[in-house]
Design a protein around this ligand. Sequence first.
Ligand SMILES: [Zn+2]
Length: 327
Amino acid sequence: MENIREIAVQTDTQLAELYWKAFVAKSEISDYAQVIHRISGSEYKKGYRYERIYIRPIEEAIESGAEKSWQQDSFEQTVVKFNSAKAQFEKYSIVIDELEKIYKKYFWNRAFYVPAGHVHKSRDCSTCYDSTEFTWLPKYSGGSEEEIVNDAGEEACTVCYPSAPAEVLNRPSVIVTADKIAKAEAKAEREIAKAQREAKRIASSPTRDGATLVINVGERKTRYDNESRSFIKLESFRFEELKTERTARIWYVDQLSNLENKSEEKAEIIRESCEVIVSALAEKHGVEPEVVRDELNKKVEAKIKKSEKERKAWEEREARSQVFGRN
Ligand SMILES: [Zn+2]
């Protein structure tokens, strides 16, 4: 009996591949035939979804040649491809017939899987359609129905396997198919990419846990009061959300290097917000706040110096242009 199982697995493994190759060849034949009909100007009627149903046989179309002479070259190339796909298909069909003859001698058990569907005993199952795509499971060919049903679990078709016990049908399937592997791999890839994006976001955020920093920017919100015809300061401050460490650092340097024209109240609020940034960054990098503050304050000083230099250069230029006139 074990011998028959070996024959079954071997035969059906070859058949699975041959049916697939024949399917590919058949769709190529139909694609090339459409091109041949079109270039040769075959008459057609419109089918379902506006597909073209050509009336004359493909042989006649090949015989008649391209309708426009300048298309004759590409027409002939397509005919060569059509004939080669047809020859391939015929070759596969012969081998398939031979192998199916072996099967018809023994009629061993087979199992077919419909991706994202069920495991069936045959491709003629009443729950499937003509268009249903089956994946062969040649590993189970020649095996017992019990073995197939045990592995298929909840994926076993109850029409094909009516005697399958309920407790088996409630078990998850252990059948591994290419589409399941691909699905699992794609899911793992998506999860890795998501984790990487999240890690990157946290690394660039101004806080240790990836949260954004919300800080007061020192301006009170105002509301126009129609009765007194004036703006009234509200007891809330305008705030800003700093999403990255980079924007937090830039904000700190920009604000502290530009305090001179601001009111004392506003300057105070900005200093407080800068301290919020300092503590967040210190916590994130595990250093003392002074380390962060010193580093940032050096940049503030450099920026103040730079803008002072720019202001002096501008003043000198202005003074010169008043003496010599602008050019
Ligand atoms: Zn079925």
